[in-house]
Design a protein around this ligand. Structure first.
Ligand code: KIV
Length: 271
């Protein structure tokens, strides 16, 4: 039996998300433009303008070269398309290396876009930055576990928290970031057992991606879940649509129609 939840017709705020802890699971999706943000509007509680766009839309090998300007440009577009979801801005690599820089970057984001929260990657070493942002009216989601912005330092993408030592360290990170004022945690690429344990130990909501089914919510990259990004498919991605195939099918029909002069017919022509 499939459960159909009603469209979300009320503005989702940071408080709405906080209140979801331990209750109805939260849905979050990436979006990078007004067109798709408009389609996602009312369907998910949160939209993340993720720096994953650097890979899926710009064709780069990782997220590291995304810039603040680029992310602001895309966030402005998302803001025009989506009315109801909480819009989260993904702070790009190198824009939050200390509290002053983080405040300067995030203040610019808040002034120039409709973003209502920022996401930053990093564990307890980033607690002072999370604190500085939160104390200055900038809501923060802390991203721990597999951190794509650390891929070069870590030598690749690796599932975290499989050893007791790593599990303990991730739990310590989660507690320190909660204490510093993060309003939610994003748990990426970690053992489901650790993500469930973190979710039990913190009072703030956890959103998982490749972190199992014990978190307070889930996030996916839209081009992965709808099958538009075909370069690779991580194990945790469930494809809800075969988007690239559907587009190729439509394109082939279009090509056939043009070549056989079936298109445009009288219905699609002016008299
Ligand atoms: O940039 C992004 O899309 C992300 C997701 C992997 C959560 O950070």
């Amino acid at each position: 039996m499939s459960i159909q939840s009603a469209p979300i017709q009320k503005k989702v705020t940071v408080k709405t998300i906080q209140a979801r802890k331990g209750k109805e699971p939260i849905t979050m999706l990436t979006a990078y433009d007004a067109l798709f943000a408009g389609i996602f509007d009312g369907e998910v509680e949160m939209i993340l303008v993720g720096d994953s766009l650097n890979m899926s839309f710009y064709g780069e090998a990782d997220t590291l070269s995304a810039t603040l300007e680029q992310m602001i440009y895309h966030t402005k577009a998302v803001c025009k398309g989506a009315k109801f979801p909480l819009i989260v801005f993904d702070m790009p690599f190198g824009t939050y290396t200390n509290s002053n820089q983080a405040l300067e970057s995030a203040t610019r984001v808040f002034k120039e876009t409709c973003a209502e929260a920022v996401k930053i990657e990093g564990g307890r070493e980033k607690a002072s930055i999370v604190k500085a942002l939160s104390e200055n009216g900038i809501a923060v989601i802390s991203h721990i576990g597999l951190k794509p912005q650390s891929v070069r330092a870590d030598g690749g993408y690796r599932v975290q928290g499989r050893s007791d030592e790593e599990a303990k360290s991730l739990i310590e990170d989660a507690l320190a970031l909660e204490e510093a004022g993060a309003f939610a945690l994003l748990l990426e690429g970690m053992s489901a057992k650790v993500a469930t344990e973190i979710t039990k130990r913190v009072k703030i909501p956890t959103i998982g991606i490749g972190a199992g089914n014990g978190t307070d919510g889930q996030v996916l990259v839209w081009s992965d879940m709808f099958g538009f990004f075909e370069a690779f498919k991580p194990k945790f991605v469930k494809r809800y649509l075969n988007g690239a195939e559907l587009i190729r099918k439509g394109l082939r029909e279009y090509r056939e129609d043009v070549k056989s002069r079936k298109f445009p017919d009288s219905e699609h022509s002016y008299q």
